[in-house]
Design a protein around this ligand. Structure first.
Ligand code: HXC
Length: 511
């Protein structure tokens, strides 16, 4: 072979690798409205930055006639590139090659980029589209998965790990994403299940469609497995890029600073009218969040799950911040099992990655009832308490209205380490609401006038922020209109916070 022949051979091999499972299979997926594994990477990364590794890796299986079916790259595209100029590692599963299934050799490709990501302190993004363990490879494939799971766990809290589910993902293909920090799914084209509808029908005789069982809405609203949902792949990939903009590259760095023209001392009279005069009237806490963040940009996480609590990222004066907010618009903002778990995981993510927390509090308490008690609200509510208490990032609370009972303690109170606690004049901080309290303390009083007087007294005494402010549990009472300015001041004040929890192997969060 002369030089030109060698170059031609190289080009032929490259083309062969880039065709994956072949034109027919690519066409089939195109007809389903799906992008190819390579197109997904191209869209995700800054133009021209993708560098592919291990393009010519092939599997080593000889069973089931596999020795004649070797496709260069073996169905996983791996490498690195940039998002907004920052280094990230990626892998993208190609469903046209044995259903994107995991072999020993393509597991090694993923392991290689995961190890590099850890060494360089850069995030890893997985574009998942896989039928799970490659059936023809048996335990070799299972071993490959376990090697990946192990690395997912070791990387947890060190580098951000993000999973997009862009096709049918089954078996091991869902467990690696489950350990990562965020899972994004696409409507109508992505599925996640441990076992599919056919197996379920055989084992439990339940009939369920693929979509009901593991579609994007199921995991975004019912199971809470997924965190984000997109209408299509293009939107999904843009959401990944936006999510990345709020995150640091690793746990030793701060999230990127994004300058804003939105004045940090902006005062907005409209804010004074968001919390209604009637304490039992709902309002949308997101109206407050979008007003105080830079340029009204709030990137909500898990918007369809446990809607009584709102979590997500925004920026305040250019700095990335994690918001945790009770939502009076949904179940009066009560804390229950799902909302506690949802918020606790988010708090731990922010803490692991140096993202300050802002808590907006309007919570009537924990949801009573046998469903909650039998479901373990004690244990699950404790998760949120634990997460806030152990978090060492700057922690700021603003009580907009109700802060009752244990929920007052849990929602980033001063006592569990909050750095600065604000309240609006509309705040009500007490052990419980007026009706419940008066019923317990004045069981024997039945005369309506007397009851009313007692209730008015209680309201006067407790349905305000001043009792808490008198003892220093609230640092500052502020007008709603000055929320943005005050929160940014507090954030700036806490920027140099540097505290450490006691040395330990790890704590024992009530799982
Ligand atoms: C090898 C596979 C495969 C697999 C799919 N294919 N899954 N090849 N190993 N796991 C191949 C098919 O043979 C087919 O090849 C091509 O991929 C497309 O698959 P289809 O079934 O035609 O596609 P679709 O109808 O869209 O269904 C997708 C699917 C289904 C829902 C993912 O293929 C499926 O149920 N696959 C098996 C899922 C599974 O049970 N995996 C093992 C889990 S155990 P051709 O040549 O026709 O294109 C596991 C253990 C890890 O993962 C546990 C860790 C805790």
């Amino acid at each position: 072979m002369n030089l030109q022949d060698k170059f031609n051979d190289f080009e032929r091999r490259n083309k062969e690798a880039e065709l994956g499972g072949g034109i027919a299979r690519i066409e089939k997926r195109k007809n389903q409205g799906l992008l190819t594994a390579r197109e997904r990477i191209e869209l995700l990364l800054d133009a021209g930055t993708f560098v592919e590794m291990d393009k010519f890796v092939v599997h080593k299986t000889t069973d089931f006639g596999m020795e004649d079916q070797k496709i260069p790259g073996d169905g996983f595209i791996t490498g690195y590139g940039k998002i907004d100029g920052r280094l990230v590692y990626v892998f993208s599963q190609d469903f046209t090659v044995f259903g994107g299934s995991l072999s020993r050799t393509n597991a090694n490709k993923v392991i290689k980029v995961m190890d590099l990501a850890m060494k360089m302190g850069a995030p890893i993004i997985g574009l998942n589209d896989s039928g799970g363990a490659r059936i023809q490879e048996g335990v070799e494939s299972l071993a490959g998965y376990a090697d990946i799971f192990y690395r997912n766990v070791m990387s947890s809290g060190v580098i951000p790990q993000i999973s997009a589910i862009l096709g049918p993902c089954a078996g091991g293909a869902v467990y690696s994403p489950a350990i990562t920090d965020f899972i994004l799914m696409t409507k109508n084209t992505s599925y996640m299940f441990v076992t599919g509808p056919d197996v379920i029908k055989t084992v439990t005789h339940e009939e369920v469609t693929k979509d009901e069982l593991g579609g994007a809405m199921t995991h975004n609203s019912k199971s809470g497995v997924a965190h984000l949902m997109a209408d299509n792949e293009e939107q999904a990939i843009m959401m990944l890029r936006e999510l990345m903009s709020f995150l640091p590259s690793n746990n030793m760095e701060d999230a990127p600073f994004k300058p804003t023209t939105d004045p940090t001392d902006r005062i907005d009279e409209k804010m004074d009218k968001i919390v209604p005069e009637d304490p039992n009237k709902p309002y949308d806490i997101k109206d407050i969040i979008s007003n105080i963040v830079d340029d009204e940009i709030f990137f909500e996480i898990q918007p369809y799950y446990a809607q009584n609590i709102v979590i997500g990222f925004g920026r305040m004066g250019g700095q990335s911040v994690g918001f945790v907010a009770n939502q009076p618009n949904f179940l009066a903002g009560v804390l229950d099992i799902n909302s506690s778990i949802k918020a606790a995981r988010f708090v731990r993510f922010c803490d692991a990655f140096n993202i300050p927390l802002i808590v907006l509090e309007d919570v009537p308490g924990f949801l009573p009832g046998t469903t909650q008690e039998f479901g373990g609200i004690i244990k699950h509510g404790a998760k949120l308490l634990y997460a806030f208490a152990e978090a060492t990032v700057p922690k700021i609370t603003l009580i907009t209205r109700k802060a009752y009972g244990g929920a007052y303690d849990v929602m980033n109170s001063k006592h569990i380490g909050a750095d600065y606690n604000f309240a609006y004049p509309t705040a009500e901080i007490a052990v419980m609401g007026v009706e419940g309290a008066v019923k317990i303390l004045y069981r024997n009083v039945s005369a309506p006038e007397e009851l009313k007087k007692i209730q008015d007294d209680y309201k006067q005494k407790f349905a305000n922020p001043y009792k808490a402010a008198e003892v220093g549990y609230i640092d500052e009472i502020i007008y709603p209109r000055e929320s943005r300015k005050k929160l940014i001041e507090a954030l700036r004040m806490t920027r140099t916070k540097n505290i450490k929890n006691p040395n330990k192997k790890h704590g024992n969060i009530p799982l």
